[in-house]
Design a protein around this ligand. Sequence first.
Ligand code: A2P
Length: 266
Amino acid sequence: LQTAETSFPIPANVHAERVVSVTHYTDSLFSFRMTRPASFRFRSGEFAMIGLPNAAKPVFRAYSVASPAWDEELEFYSIKVLDGPLTQHLQKIQPGDTVLLRPKATGTLVLDALTPAKRVYMIATGTGFAPFASLIRDPETYEKFDEIIVTNTCRDVADLRYGNELVEGVREDPLIGELVEGRLHYYATTTREPSPRMGRITKLMTEGTLYSDLGVPPLNRETDRVMICGSMAMLKDVKDIVEAAGLVEGSNSAPADFVVERAFVG
Ligand code: A2P
């Protein structure tokens, strides 16, 4: 990467930021933190376009920002794909390396796209957890909703580590720990490796296990809002369940009951 950096100029209108830290969780999952340009604004839950300075025309990919809007640095949570145009290189970054960032963030998984309610569900599979890592660290989430239920479903126990550590960190945080106490509920399940809680979130919703485990009434438009982030198949299946309960999809221009966004792939 160092030689690549010296060989290719930084494209115009792109920020060149510095990697601060990298954490590897499994063979296929890692997170990293990097510097944030002072001018880079985003709403918690939005995604940014990132790339590497390893080509004359670098490959950019949409990445949900996993850090909250108030954080001085930017955090991202990523899969590693052997032949992924970006992730095959990105998985090798080290502190001090350069990551490119386009100046604008956007996305639908934002508080502004939902009308106020008692409760919000944030339903994630795999790296779909990233935007919720941002939102559960944002005090605005707790201003808008009394109860925040964040779910995380992965194949294996090790895949849940980023989410587990993040939620633990939020609860122990000197600044927001008190705010989230008794209001942030974390519901993690595995689908392949045995663990205390197993099953696809779709099955747990349809059969009502999610609600009975949490001690809340079934999904209801009057009280509940939903944010969904995962694979295309997961989005469709969860959306069907949420729509069957009578919830209406919202957007930035027409806020309503639920929002959907595809998790980063490849
Ligand atoms: P499963 O193991 O039953 O396929 P992946 O690693 O393939 O991206 O999947 C991440 C998690 O999402 C896995 O636990 C997987 O369960 C689950 N999943 C995959 N497809 C769906 C779907 N259509 N609805 C709900 N969960 C899904």
